[in-house]
Design a protein around this ligand. Structure first.
Ligand code: DC
Length: 253
């Protein structure tokens, strides 16, 4: 009798959190360390917002945005140890999608239920051997609810805005810190209060407070959790790891 093969379950690590918590850089470093695939789900929402601008689709036109999401001609060209190159309809938009404006527009299109559904399969297609590290807002709650390891990064609004300011200054973009904090506040509020897939930790996620940690230290804490402590969900205070119960996520008021 032919032997029944066990289905192969491709492992996924989800890293969710608000913008400026460092989840993108942490996920990318972790993927490199493990030799796994990497999905920056925020980039998909950003590309969609850019495509809407290009095709003059209003950010309130859910039906048209759903169709755009469904047929979006986008490629992510992976690079070991670096963020992927993003190509929209043949054009390199890797840097264009990283502006604050596009980030805000991505948050607006991301609040539309039909758009989120249209992007689901595209995100799940990144789950390939040997494994996937992915970051976003709803990776652990909606897109990969069966992921074995889920993390949620936290940082104070001041630290998040400072980190963002530094990133923008390195790119030669000048912005005002107070404006940046306001924008983060608005974006958090929208991402947390939307009716579908709001920004929140999964019930089985581990929260990491990153204010006083470097990116490398966050990756170390994640590896530590993967090796031993997970399941127990109780960590020495010095690790900055906690359960996500009672956690205050963003800066929404
Ligand atoms: O992670 P990011 O800053 O690149 O994401 C930009 C916006 O995209 C974010 O404010 C909300 C939206 N987004 C989302 O709704 N769901 C995700 N999984 C990732 C991003």
């Amino acid at each position: 009798m032919p032997q029944q093969r066990e289905p192969v379950i491709i492992p996924v690590i989800t890293i969710d959190g608000a913008s400026g918590t460092g989840k993108g850089t942490v996920s990318q470093l972790l993927a490199k360390h493990l030799g796994w695939n990497f999905l920056d789900s925020g980039a998909l929402y950003r590309v969609l917002a850019l495509a809407a601008e290009k095709h003059q689709v209003a950010l309130s036109n859910e039906k048209a945005l759903e169709a755009l999401a469904e047929y979006l001609n986008v490629q992510f060209i992976a690079h070991q140890g670096a963020f992927p190159t993003v190509i929209l309809e043949g054009e390199d938009v890797t840097d264009t999608i990283r502006t604050e404006k596009v980030g805000n527009e991505a948050s607006i299109v991301g609040a539309l239920p039909a758009v989120r559904t249209a992007l689901l399969d595209r995100q799940r297609a990144f789950r390939e051997v040997p494994g996937l590290v992915t970051d976003g807002r709803d990776m652990g709650t909606v897109v990969f609810p069966d992921a074995e390891h889920k993390f949620f990064l936290l940082a104070s609004p001041e630290v998040r805005a400072e980190r963002r300011l530094k990133q923008l200054m390195e790119k030669g973009i000048s912005v005002n810190l107070a404006d940046l904090i306001n924008e983060l506040r608005l974006r958090d509020k929208r991402d947390q209060e939307r009716s579908v897939a709001p920004l929140k930790p999964a019930d089985d996620a581990v929260c990491i407070h990153t204010d006083n940690l470097t990116v490398e230290q966050v990756v170390e804490r994640i590896l530590l959790s993967l090796e031993g402590n997970d399941g127990k969900k109780s960590f020495p205070a010095t690790t900055h790891l906690t359960t996500c119960e009672f956690v205050q996520v963003g800066v929404a008021e």
